[in-house]
Design a protein around this ligand. Structure first.
Ligand code: MN
Length: 286
C-alpha cells in the first residue's frame, strides 16, 4: 500500500480576477518534484455569488504556455473564449481540458446565465505539466461534457472517471503522460480502498466533507499526498464526502515557471514573454 506523506492546506485565499475566490493548495513555486506531473491546484469556492447584470465576473484575456489547464466545475458555470477561435461554457459537472502547449490566450468568466441567477459556485483548476518534447504542441482543448464522463460504482460510493482508468472504466480525457483524475462521491462511513497505481504521484483532495486516512483527518480544501511507491490507499469517509483523486507518472525534468508560463529553463521563459509581447500567441477573435 501507499503511505500518507503529508497533508496540504492553505488558509490564505486570493481572488483570480473578480470571479474566482481561490485557495492554491500547491503551485510550481513549491517543491515541484513532490507533485509532478501536476503544477498547480486552485480550489475556487465554495462561494455564493449574488445575481448580477452586465459584464460577468471572471478574468480577462491572459496567455499560457507549456502545460495544460484542467477546469472542473462542481457548481456554477464558466464561459471561455480563446485565440484558437474556440469558446464555450463549462456547465456544472463538466470539465475543460485545455492544452496551452506552444501558446494560447484565453478569458474565463462566469457564464451569462449563471451570472444572472447567481448561487453556489465551486470549481477546481488543475495545471498538468507537459513533457519537454510536447511543450510546444499546438494549443487545443477538450470539452468534456457530463454525458462523456462514465461513472464507476463501488461499495461505498461512485467515481466519475475524467481521465485514466478505474477498474474497467476509462475516462475520456486524452493526456500526454499517464494521469488519473477521478471525481468521487463517498457515502457516510464508507471505507474504500482505491487502486492508486505504483509509481504515480498520488493525491486526494477533499472538496466537501471529511475523510480519515490511517488515523489522520483530512478536511475540506485539504490535500492528502501519498508515496509514489506502493499501490492503493484505504480511506474512510466520516460523512458524505466529495473528493478528487489525482495521480500521475512524474515527469523528471526541470520546472521553471513564471506567471502563466511553465517551461524547462529561464531562457524558454524569456522566449515566452518575447513571443507573447510580439503577438505570436495570436488573439481572441473580437
Ligand atoms: Mn487561464
Amino acid at each position: 500500500m501507499k503511505t500518507l506523506i503529508d497533508t496540504i492546506r492553505n488558509e490564505h485565499g486570493h481572488w483570480v480576477g473578480d470571479g474566482f475566490p481561490v485557495r492554491s493548495l500547491f503551485s510550481y513555486h513549491g517543491d515541484t518534484k513532490a507533485v509532478s506531473p501536476f503544477l498547480l491546484f486552485d480550489y475556487a469556492g465554495p462561494w455564493n455569488f449574488e445575481p448580477s447584470e452586465g459584464q460577468p465576473r471572471g478574468v480577462g484575456q491572459h496567455p499560457h504556455r507549456g502545460f495544460e489547464t484542467v477546469t472542473i466545475v462542481y457548481d456554477g458555470e464558466v464561459s471561455h473564449r480563446d485565440s484558437t477561435g474556440g469558446g464555450g461554457t463549462i456547465g456544472t459537472g463538466e470539465v475543460q481540458w485545455m492544452t496551452a502547449g506552444a501558446g494560447i490566450i484565453h478569458e474565463e468568466y462566469h457564464s451569462p446565465g449563471y451570472s444572472k441567477t447567481g448561487g453556489p459556485f465551486r470549481m477546481v483548476q488543475l495545471w498538468v505539466n507537459l513533457p519537454a518534447k510536447d511543450k510546444m504542441t499546438p494549443a487545443r482543448y477538450q470539452a468534456i461534457t457530463r454525458d462523456m464522463i462514465p461513472t464507476a460504482t463501488f461499495d461505498g460510493g461512485t467515481a466519475r472517471i475524467i481521465a485514466g482508468q478505474f477498474g474497467d472504466t476509462k475516462g475520456p480525457a486524452s493526456t500526454f503522460t499517464p494521469v488519473n483524475l477521478w471525481d468521487l462521491r463517498l457515502d457516510a462511513d464508507a471505507e474504500v480502498t482505491l487502486p492508486l497505481p505504483e509509481g504515480h504521484t498520488s493525491m486526494i483532495a477533499v472538496l466537501a466533507g471529511h475523510i480519515t486516512i490511517g488515523g489522520t483527518g483530512v478536511g475540506e480544501a485539504e490535500i492528502a499526498r501519498f508515496s509514489t511507491e506502493g499501490e492503493g490507499v484505504t480511506i474512510k469517509a466520516d460523512g458524505n464526502a466529495i473528493v478528487l483523486v489525482l495521480t500521475g507518472e512524474p515527469i523528471d525534468e526541470p520546472v521553471v515557471g513564471h506567471g502563466p508560463f511553465v517551461m524547462n529553463s529561464h531562457d524558454e521563459i524569456r522566449q515566452a514573454f518575447a513571443d507573447f509581447d510580439s503577438g505570436r500567441f495570436g488573439a481572441v477573435p473580437a
